[in-house]
Design a protein around this ligand. Structure first.
Ligand SMILES: *Cc1c(COP(=O)(O)O)cnc(C)c1O
Length: 638
């Protein structure tokens, strides 16, 4: 697998705004570049007029793998105490002239790179004194993931850099003070001592920062040290995020710290209690709002005949099923629903599970295990990801909806038993799987093919039967799973396939076996909703027309929207701006969700409009105008 060094630098009028780098594998490179571009583009310091992204291949055998330096934190009460810590560090290196080194710190303030200092003679060794030495070509890994390109964490970046520097030939230590006026924490590091964070090394607001690499060795070896620092690709393993001080805070410290971090990163989530049924207009916090965030695409959960049928089942069979399916909880309603689903999906057999989430966990972990390989789209739903993890199989992630990449990965990771799995409609982007190629590749390589129809059932295909119908029945995956909680308006998950496959899942899937089965009212509403869908194909048509009209309104307003499904993402990028836009829209009477990490990757936060068949054109037109206006006010559109 090829690896690439990716570097980004953003500047305005020659002034440095932001920079980032990483070393990633070829299939991660496009995402990494994308994230870096967003980072450079959306930096609070300003809008760059020059954004430079450099991508270079690095050979695997050139890479030096290092373990992250051990970290400890020294709490100090002020910058004076912090400087005392630096002196102690220098003393531990038994330098002849530690005070001389301290004095030279101020000479680094104007430099972009670091000073390389001969500690015995106090000679500066950088060939270019203004530029200094730049340690570069590095990244860190945690659980196999590249961390430098993943998002801004000055602490983890510093650990990666310090680890590389501490391992440089003839470098005996490093002193670092950040030039960021808001960041007063500094560090000293050496291979022997590890990475010592010092909580205050300068006054808040001060831009006086710099670094010194402490060199001890012959003059003839300086070139080798500089070449290592500036050219040697290094990957630092086991970089840990800055741990909360769990011990000091008692056993619940991690809870407080976890919540604090979410808030700080604008990733905290809130819930709004809705006071009405989930229709196109709702009440929430005592105000009326246009619902643009519901998966109840066909307003099925509010339909009179569905509610009546469910109420009747509730009165007939009671509130709960009383057991799991394989014990006492198998009602005739379960079997009736499964027949309906199988017929609707034109499958030999179907099985109902408690939710779509459980269906993915149960099915994937029943079919795949250790030694097997699962090929999974990078934007697959969390329930697929969790199912893959639970299975214990090797998971190979391929680029989003990129069938060439899937084929390449399938060839690279041959397996005795394998699964290719994908959302049919991607839940946060609203695009549709390239099913014919997907199935062809799986078939050609003997893989089981599986699609998740959560957002395609009741939405795509002429009569709402989903992705197979969308492609006019030219191909069919081995397994279709889906949910009854979205367009079907009820609750539950399902899986369809051959009779033998379904029998196997029934016998093996723990999420099916060890959980109480669906309740009568949920079963009955799903049964009725499927009947309604079959007899009212105009619902699907209305939904499709609404989406196309809404996208057209957005396009006329200058935002390039398009979607063939019920989901219209409006990309914003920054988490905070997305959240503010969603709140401002709420104030104006529009209920629309801001989708953020971890549902989507960091820096790709968005408003996710979900349309319903029952929205009127007038409502959608006004909504599109409001979204565009507020989006622009927030300076949000990329
Ligand atoms: C919503 C969703 C699920 C989970 O279905 P639930 O019934 O809500 O648990 C699974 N996969 C995808 C793609 C989804 O969007």
């Amino acid at each position: 697998m090829a690896l690439y060094s990716v570097k980004m630098r953003a500047s305005e009028n020659g002034r440095h705004i932001s920079g980032a780098e990483g070393i990633v594998s070829d299939w991660q490179a496009h995402r990494c570049i994308d994230q870096m571009l967003r980072r450079g583009w959306g930096h609070p310091k300003g809008r760059p007029d020059l954004l430079n992204v450099k991508v270079e291949q690095v050979r695997e055998e050139e890479i030096l793998y290092l373990d992250a330096l051990p970290v400890c934190t020294v709490e100090v009460k002020d910058a004076d105490e912090g400087r005392e810590e630096i002196r102690k560090f220098l003393a531990s290196l038994s330098l002849g002239n530690a005070e001389g080194v301290m004095k030279l710190l101020s000479e680094t303030y104007a430099m972009r790179g670091a000073m390389l200092l001969d500690v015995d003679t106090l000679t500066r060794l950088e060939p270019d004194k203004e530029r200094g030495i730049r340690a570069t070509y590095m990244d860190g890994r945690r659980d196999g993931r590249a961390i430098l390109s993943g998002g801004k964490d000055p602490y983890q970046e510093a650990v990666v850099l310090a680890t590389k520097v501490a391992n440089a030939p003839n470098v005996i230590g490093e002193i670092c003070i950040s030039d960021d006026p808001g960041y007063v924490t500094g560090y000293v590091a050496s291979k022997a001592l590890g990475y010592r964070r010092v909580t205050k090394v300068k006054e808040p607001g001060s831009e006086h920062g710099g670094r010194i690499f402490l060199y001890r060795g012959g003059k003839e070896d300086v070139g080798q040290t500089i070449a290592y620092l500036e050219k040697q690709p290094v990957i630092v393993r086991n970089v840990r995020p800055l741990g909360p001080k769990e011990k000091a805070q008692g056993k619940w410290g991690f809870v407080e710290e976890g919540l604090r971090r979410l808030k700080e990163e604008n990733l905290e989530r809130g819930m709004k209690a809705i006071q009405t049924p989930q229709s196109s207009v709702i009440r929430c916090r005592d105000r009326e709002l246009l619902m643009l965030a519901s998966n109840n695409y066909l307003e099925m959960s509010c339909r009179e005949e569905v509610k009546q049928y469910a109420a009747q089942a509730l009165l007939t069979y009671g509130t709960g099923s009383g057991g799991s399916r394989l014990t006492s909880g198998n009602l005739e309603l379960h079997e009736a629903l499964e027949q309906k689903i199988a017929s609707f999906k034109e499958a030999e057999s179907a099985l109902a599970l408690n939710t779509g989430y459980v269906a993915n966990l149960a099915v994937i972990s029943a079919l795949m295990g250790k030694g097997d390989v699962i090929f999974s789209d990078e934007l697959n739903h969390a329930s697929i990801i969790d199912g893959c993890r639970l299975s214990g199989a090797q998971v190979v992630v391929y680029r989003h909806n990129d069938m060439e990449d899937l084929e390449r990965k399938v060839r690279t990771f041959p397996c005795r038993k394998g699964l290719a799995v994908s959302d049919a409609v991607f839940s946060m982007d609203g695009d549709i799987l390239r099913l014919p190629e997907f199935v062809r590749i799986a078939d050609r390589h003997g893989l089981i093919s599986m699609v998740d129809e959560a957002h395609s059932t009741g939405v795509i295909g002429r009569t709402g039967r989903g992705v197979v119908e969308h492609y006019k029945g030219v191909c069919r995956p081995d397994i279709c799973m889906g949910t009854l909680s979205k367009a079907i308006g009820s609750e539950g998950g399902f899986v369809c396939g051959s009779a033998r496959l379904i029998e196997y899942i029934r016998q093996k899937a723990r999420g099916f076996i060890f959980s109480t089965s669906l309740s009568p009212a949920a079963l009955a509403s799903s049964i009725k909703a499927l009947e309604v869908l079959l007899s009212h194909p105009e619902l699907v048509v209305s939904l499709r027309e609404n989406v196309s009209f809404f996208c057209q309104c957005l396009r006329e307003g200058g935002y390039a929207a398009s979607s063939e499904t019920a989901i219209v993402p409006i990309l914003i990028g920054d988490e905070k701006k997305a959240l503010e836009a969603s709140e401002a829209l709420f104030e104006e009477g529009y209920f629309i969700s801001a989708i953020r990490y971890p549902t989507v990757s960091r820096g790709s936060a968005r408003l996710r409009a979900a349309l319903m068949a029952t929205h009127t054109k007038e409502q959608l037109k006004r909504a599109a105008e409001a979204i565009l206006r507020i989006g622009r006010q927030k300076g949000a559109f990329l």
